[in-house]
Design a protein around this ligand. Structure first.
Ligand code: NAD
Length: 235
């Protein structure tokens, strides 16, 4: 039985079966670099071309991927529970929740499909694959553009984070899907929900630092476990 309000918190693992590599786990490496060494402001200052080559590669990978059954269940949940009863919070930047049809997505870490001018701070949606020039430049002022994502060491958008915290505090149920719970502050949201009385459900093939606090653990791939769990709630 679903207890509302519900919050779903997703991480890279929900997109794994769509073909998007996760950071941690097999297939997480690009060339010989670790994501932690590329997804930083320092890496961008040092070598914007290298960082953009990595993002251009990620855009190409994701452009060839479709949402999977787990993304689609979250669309159904949004449609069946009223808006005040369902919040989707994601750490993903791939846009697959939106591609599946989710309407209200709190994107904690930004989007692979948006760019920001490093001089003026203006944001533009950009879905070109492949990119014509690397690194891309602002068409207005010629300054470097950067991926409109939150890098390690950067702060999250305050409004988005506050909305995620408020929803987590209110939640009666939080489903945590495909995250290693290694990146803060996202990883603390389930604990906040739990402290406020929410039932915590984890879907992940592997154990995580959250597992011990979960009331229910579904050890398996999201595209199998989430539809199965949702069907049980409906029945
Ligand atoms: P992560 O890479 O740290 O962890 C992925 C988790 O998913 C692991 O715990 C793994 O066991 C689990 N997993 C693997 N296959 C799964 C499956 N089929 N079903 C369910 N779970 C599965 O990812 P994270 O916790 O989201 O990490 C942090 C950072 O990685 C975030 O900042 C996010 O922006 C970024 N990231 C995003 C994407 C994306 O947008 N798709 C991809 C890679 C990394």
């Amino acid at each position: 039985m679903i207890e509302t309000p519900v919050v779903a918190l997703t991480g890279a693992g929900i997109s794994a079966e769509s073909g998007v590599p996760t950071f941690r786990g097999a297939g997480g490496l690009w060339r010989e670099f670790r994501p932690e060494d590329l997804a930083t402001p320092e890496a961008f200052v040092r070598d914007p071309k290298l960082v953009w080559e990595w993002y251009a590669w990620r855009r190409e990978v994701v452009a060839g991927c479709d949402p999977n059954a787990a993304h689609r269940v979250l669309v159904e949940m949004e449609e069946q529970l009223r808006r005040e009863n369902f919040t989707l919070v994601t750490q993903n930047i791939d846009g697959l929740h939106e591609a599946a049809g989710s309407r209200n997505v709190l994107r904690l870490h930004g989007s692979l499909w948006s760019m920001r001018c490093t001089r003026e701070g203006t944001r533009n949606s950009d879905r070109r694959v492949p990119l014509e020039e690397i690194p891309p430049r602002c068409s207005d002022c010629g300054a470097l553009l950067r991926p409109d994502v939150v890098w390690f060491g950067e702060t999250l958008d305050r409004d988005v984070l506050e909305a995620a915290i408020a929803a987590s505090r209110r939640a009666k149920m939080m489903i945590v899907i495909g995250t290693s719970a290694a990146v803060q502050p996202a990883a603390s949201l389930p604990l906040l929900a739990k402290r406020n009385g929410a039932r915590l459900i984890e879907i992940n093939p592997d154990e995580t630092p959250l597992s011990a606090d979960a009331d229910e653990v579904l050890r398996g791939p999201a595209a199998v476990e989430l539809p199965r769990w949702w069907a049980l709630q409906a029945g």
